[in-house]
Design a protein around this ligand. Structure first.
Ligand SMILES: [Zn+2]
Ligand SMILES: [Zn+2]
Length: 297
């Protein structure tokens, strides 16, 4: 690859880019507004790097949570306490609606008991989920987190939906972990499609091909699109995308969608860079990249 990822103008930066077995878990961040910091997932291993980004000028910190595996979710609570301490605001966590309940269970209880008393946690963290018809849901209090049968309560007025947030995208990751989501954002005139961990590329290929943007009554506009796709090398993979398996479909997609560039993440070894070089040679253009760590420390 002649142009490195960080010089190629991609919108997302990464605290780490590799899979759960490495110490560089795939967690991303970006500044959608001058005083707003957004994370996509945060593991405990990346927490220290993330902490350097919590600067006094920030008015709002939003974390988009794809699913509850350790390499994506284990740092969220620590971040929430830091944000509360340094900025005096709640960390806002946005995830899929299915996970809203699961996330509460992970963050609120251990073995059926609350890990924090007297609603302390609700003072540092607020979890929102977006249903796939676009409603924003949240559970307003610690108590209701334990009412498993209770319907999630619509409190869209509590989450100020940012103009640059487009939608959550449901996908399939592990059979024992339903409800994983990816996200679509609109940043600086570009559609940002983020897969998270997934074992199928279908929802993200279709979003990327349609340039992701559903602009109300208007026809979708062709806009430059960045697709952040997880890809591992090797064929015996069930919970993750295998680059070998999606290669030809990705090549066809990128030929059909000339404004689409793709960054691979969550890979398991640096052998992927060789695959990427070969891919670009076949495509005839340099539009496939490997996301690289660009953390503050
Ligand atoms: Zn993962
Ligand atoms: Zn995972």
């Amino acid at each position: 690859m002649s142009v490195p990822y960080k010089d190629a103008g991609f919108e997302l930066k990464f605290l780490g880019t590799m899979n759960g077995s490495s110490s560089l878990h795939t967690n991303a961040y970006f500044y959608p507004e001058k005083d707003v910091l957004a994370f996509i997932d945060l593991s405990l291993l990346n927490y220290e790097k993330a902490s350097y980004l919590i600067t006094p000028n920030l008015k709002r910190v939003i974390l988009f949570l794809t699913h509850l595996h350790d390499d994506h979710a284990s740092g969220v609570l620590s971040l929430a306490f830091l944000v509360r301490e340094k900025l005096g605001v709640l960390l806002e966590v946005m995830t899929g609606s299915y996970f809203t309940q699961g996330a509460f269970q992970v963050f609120y209880e251990t073995g059926g008991k609350p890990i924090f008393k007297n609603g302390e946690l609700s003072e540092v963290l607020r979890i929102y989920g977006q249903t796939f018809d676009g409603r924003i849901l949240t559970r307003p209090s610690l108590e209701s987190a334990f009412l498993v049968e209770q319907e999630l309560i619509l409190e869209s007025q509590q989450f100020k939906v940012p103009s640059w947030f487009v939608k959550t995208v449901p996908t399939v990751h592990s059979p024992r972990l339903s409800g994983a989501v990816g996200f679509v954002f609109m940043l600086n005139g570009k559609a940002i499609v983020y897969s998270g961990d997934t074992n199928t590329a279908d929802p993200f290929f279709s979003k990327a091909e349609n340039y992701a943007i559903e602009t109300g009554d208007e026809a979708p506009l062709p806009v430059p699109t960045e697709l952040y796709l997880e890809a591992q090398t090797g064929a015996n993979i069930t919970m993750h995308l295998s680059f070998d398996k999606i290669r030809s479909e990705l090549l066809a997609l990128m030929r059909r969608a000339p404004l689409l560039r793709v960054a691979l993440m969550h890979y398991n070894d640096y052998g992927i860079t060789h695959e990427v070089t070969e891919f670009n040679r076949e495509l005839g253009e340099e539009r496939l990249f490997v996301a690289l760590q660009e953390s503050p420390v």
